[in-house]
Design a protein around this ligand. Structure first.
Ligand SMILES: NC(=O)c1ccc[n+]([C@@H]2O[C@H](COP(=O)([O-])OP(=O)(O)OC[C@H]3O[C@@H](n4cnc5c(N)ncnc54)[C@H](OP(=O)(O)O)[C@@H]3O)[C@@H](O)[C@H]2O)c1
Length: 314
């Protein structure tokens, strides 16, 4: 009897390990993904920043086909209109709104953009704001990173994103809460050699949004922080995390990343991780066994990884 239980236990463990080896997201995300189909219970107004390529484009296509009302933002309006014309859904493409956004901007300009966003669908406001736009500068070690890189990265990823949030939150609260979906990064969870500034900006975002949720949760605000590892995007002009086409690491497709992001948001997960191995394992180790995880990261040669990253871009 004991042997039977032991064998069953061992089999179960092996099964779980095998599932984890081929996972592309953290456990709660995968459980939700296996139980539920994505369904938006009403037609929310979804405002997506950085919607003209990569993960933002994939999010826009999937939200549109789920029947959401979309507001699309980025700097390059021509690309936004191109994607708008390709969308299919109850409100797409006719009722998809393009709203140019440049981060960071003066408070007055951002205020203007927010006022327009909340009035684009009369009778509605903004239900979801997907903070997806980001900038990542050239790779270098933490000390050699230039001031321009520091300024540009924090300008878009932190100052612009936070300023926009501060302005839109009162409108959302008036309508009962609102939901921020923050596309952070695995770099916001674990050391990322060669990307210290970008990693710092993503850590800053997580600190801000987890705190915002704590402060406004009782008033109805929701926050889902999504941390993708390497993602395959169809173009190479964006954040350099998406550029290393020759890198041997296995990337999750931007469509799958968008799908898991929507699952996480529609089930109000506070945080979701999207990645293949070994990045997913590293995230677990650093989160739950930080001494071991960080020791391992140091041992696998952060310095070497910076050199490789720098060579790739030079
Ligand atoms: N791809 C990956 O492997 C990966 C991994 C982890 C996390 N992420 C995160 O996922 C998100 C999307 O990444 P991605 O690689 O799909 O995007 P991407 O190709 O780098 O595109 C960035 C988006 O942000 C917009 N943007 C850039 N600067 C802006 C500014 N100053 N003001 C307003 N919008 C601006 C861009 O449009 P315009 O240039 O037209 O403004 C573009 O739509 C980012 O937050 C990124 O950090 C990506």
């Amino acid at each position: 009897m004991l042997t039977l239980f032991f064998s069953l236990g061992l089999l179960l463990l092996l099964g779980l390990l095998l599932k984890f080896a081929f996972a592309d997201g953290n456990n709660s995300l995968r459980v939700l993904n296996s139980i539920f189909v994505i369904d938006l219970v009403f037609a929310p107004v979804v405002w997506i920043t950085g919607a003209n390529r990569g993960i933002g484009e994939a999010l826009a296509k999937q939200f549109a086909s789920l029947g959401a009302k979309l507001i699309f933002s980025a700097r390059n309006e021509a690309e936004l209109f191109r994607i708008k014309s390709e969308l299919k859904g109850k409100y797409a493409p006719e009722h998809v709104k393009v709203l140019r956004l440049n981060l960071p901007s003066s408070e007055e300009r951002l205020q203007n953009v927010v006022e327009r966003a909340v009035s684009l669908f009369p009778g509605d406001g903004v239900d979801y704001l997907i903070h997806n736009a980001a900038y990542e500068g050239p790779k270098s070690n933490a000390v050699d990173a230039s001031e321009e890189n520091l300024e540009a990265t924090f300008g878009v990823n932190v100052f612009g994103t936070i300023s926009l949030t501060k302005l839109v939150t009162p409108h959302m609260l008036k309508r009962g809460g609102g939901h921020f979906v923050v596309i952070s990064s695995a770099a916001g969870k674990v050391p990322s050699p060669g990307q210290a500034i970008y990693a710092a900006s993503k850590h800053a975002l997580q600190g801000y949004f987890h705190t915002l949720r704590s402060e406004f949760f009782q008033k109805g605000s929701k926050v889902t922080v999504v941390c993708p590892g390497p993602i395959e995007t169809s173009n190479g002009t964006g954040t350099s995390t998406s550029e290393d086409k020759n890198s041997p690491e296995k990337r999750v497709s931007s469509e799958r990343c968008a799908e898991l992001t929507i699952i996480a948001a529609s089930h109000n997960l506070k945080e979701a991780w999207i990645s293949h191995q070994p990045e997913l394992l590293v995230m677990y180790l650093v989160q739950y066994m930080p001494s071991l995880g960080l020791w391992l990261m140091d041992k696998v040669g952060g310095g070497k990884r910076v050199e490789v990253a720098e060579k790739k871009v030079s």
